[in-house]
Design a protein around this ligand. Structure first.
Ligand code: ADP
Length: 270
């Protein structure tokens, strides 16, 4: 398995539970180093797709290729060396300190009886500092606020040194400053990133490409400017919008129109 940013390809990925299809054959790619966003309404299959990609679910059809190898054939530890996950809920953290939770990210790189070495300790401290959580290191993880936990989970993913970072709504619970910081950090990492995001304007600012899911299918994919159009947002989300341009990044910026309003007078440029 190669090192460095991973190449991801989901090919015709299907997932069904009790005969009920949740994903209907998803094709998705991420080139090494790309930041790819998965957006779409509630229940459209975003989390299910992400879980298929990072191996928490086994697709019932199609396959996920990581650097050309079928991800399903990788052992748990091999996959953990290449893929770090920031999930929506953090299982297996009860009673641990923040430092211990973050240090869990080093375990794929060690033998299971091996103690943390000086390099592991340094990486954990650096990651905590990077996400602004150094002062939380000795606090119990389950006593943290939602936003503090989220930052600790991002730090855990950072120390894993992944080729692919899979993040499920990483900005959940974060105030706007940390939303911007965490997304900026993810984008700057020498890793491929696949993120489920709700905020379309942040997705437009930080993602190279977007996949829009609707009803377990890809409704659109492309650059934010290609994908975030007024007709597409009306069709997929049932909302009326005007698309403006971000004044410094040039990314599309969505202005939402109030329900029932006709949008007259809304300026589409800044
Ligand atoms: P999203 O992340 O886009 O909100 P999900 O991937 O969580 O969507 O869910 C997609 C659909 O699959 C939803 O309708 C959800 O209710 C359903 N679903 C997800 N997990 C299960 C499950 N374990 N059993 C039954 N239905 C599920």
């Amino acid at each position: 398995m190669t090192e460095g940013p991973a190449e991801l390809a989901a090919e015709a990925v299907r997932y069904a539970i009790d005969g009920q299809p949740l994903l209907h054959g998803i094709d998705l790619t991420a080139r090494p180093g790309e930041t790819v966003g998965v957006v779409g309404p509630n229940g459209s299959g975003k989390t299910t797709l992400l879980r298929c990609v990072y191996g928490a679910l086994r697709p019932t059809g199609g396959r996920v290729l990581l650097d050309g190898a079928d991800a399903a054939s990788l052992g748990v530890k091999d996959r953990a060396r290449r893929v770090a996950v920031v999930p929506q809920d953090a299982a297996g953290t009860f009673g641990l300190t923040v430092r211990e939770v973050v240090a869990m990210g080093r375990s794929p790189h060690k033998r299971f009886w091996e103690q943390d070495g000086p390099d592991d300790v340094r990486r954990v401290a650096r990651a905590l500092d990077t996400v602004g959580a150094a002062a939380l290191a000795d606090r119990r993880f389950d006593g943290l606020s939602g936003g503090e936990r989220q930052r600790a989970l991002v730090a855990r993913a950072l120390v894993q040194d992944p080729g692919l970072l899979a993040l499920d709504e990483p900005t959940n619970h974060l105030d706007i400053r940390y939303q911007l910081e965490i997304l900026g950090l993810v984008r700057a990492l020498p890793a491929t990133a696949l993120l489920v995001l709700h905020d379309l304007n942040l997705a437009a600012m930080y993602c190279d490409r977007l996949y829009v899911l609707a009803g377990g299918r890809v409704a659109a994919c492309g650059t934010p400017a290609e994908v975030l159009t007024e007709p597409l947002l009306a069709e997929v989300y049932g909302v009326r919008t005007r698309i403006a341009t971000h004044p410094t990044t040039g990314a599309p910026h969505i202005v939402y129109l109030p329900d029932g309003g006709d949008g007259d007078g809304v300026r589409t440029g800044f």
